[in-house]
Design a binder for this molecule. Structure first.
Ligand code: MG
Length: 256
């Protein structure tokens, strides 16, 4: 009798605890105030970051993903050597050859990326200097030339695409080197593929914090905010081919 009673109590306790965990997870994904790509969403203040500095030296313990010499750390989506151009210490998107991704997978990290929008200004809105830095292949920090170029707020430079506009527009002129420093915390899933904790990101653009502990609603996507789908603990970093000759240099990552 006593055993039965304690069994019932333990079932009730378990249900309450699991309910609380579920509630806590639901609470950690913020409710979005704005619809995806809402054209009325205010654009951030423009801020001049000053001139570009030299490449930032990787700290001890960092993995260098691109040092200007070759793409040995990268592959295309099929696992073949990328066909992006490497010259003068930079890599350049070769339009139509596809996005590229690191051979190695990563989870929680500090990722440093230097990029430059094309010198020859071409296209408007999303068509001007579009590329992207994807954490774990699912979560995009937008790369775009928003120096004197307007687009929807959650798709501009340094936006977490479709979710969060940056707090400032810190773009340098096309052709000038810019930096992203991303602190990324990967989402966690339990063994039943349920979300335990969502991904979050903090991002500095040209040394200015523009995303501060932004909690992602799920993978980033065009015109939608899909829910999380359980994935591996470690996945590649990828760079997007959006048809624009964006250049990259000095990319390194430090696992946290
Ligand atoms: Mg993009």
């Amino acid at each position: 009798m006593r055993t039965m009673a304690s069994f019932i109590v333990s079932v009730i306790v378990s249900v309450v605890v699991l309910g609380l965990i579920g509630f806590a997870v639901a609470q950690t994904i913020p409710k979005m105030e704005w619809a995806v790509h809402d054209p009325n969403r205010p654009l951030p203040t423009v801020l001049d970051p000053g001139p570009a500095g030299p490449p930032v030296v990787p700290p001890p313990g960092a993995t260098v993903l691109f040092d200007g010499r070759d793409l040995s750390q990268w592959a295309d989506a099929k696992g073949n050597p990328p066909r992006w151009k490497v010259e003068k210490g930079t890599m350049e998107v070769a339009a139509g050859t596809g996005s590229i991704q690191t051979k190695q997978g990563f989870s929680d990290c500090h990722l440093h990326v230097e990029w430059a929008a094309p010198v020859v200004v071409k296209g408007e809105g999303q068509e001007r200097g579009n590329s992207g830095v994807f954490l774990m292949n699912f979560y995009e920090v937008q790369v775009l030339d928003c120096y004197d170029n307007k687009t929807y707020a959650d798709g501009m430079t340094a936006a977490i695409y479709g979710q969060y506009p940056p707090m400032f527009n810190v773009c340098r002129k096309p052709g000038e080197w810019q930096t992203y420093d991303i602190t990324f915390h990967a989402p966690r899933f339990d063994k039943d593929k349920k979300l335990l904790t969502p991904a979050w990101m903090t991002l500095s653009h040209n040394g200015i914090v523009v995303q501060s502990y932004a909690v992602l609603t799920g993978p980033t996507a065009h015109k939608m905010r899909p829910p999380y789908v359980a994935h591996a603990d470690k996945l590649p970093v990828s760079l997007q081919d959006h048809g624009c000759p964006v250049r990259y240099r000095n990319i390194w990552i430090k696992e946290l």
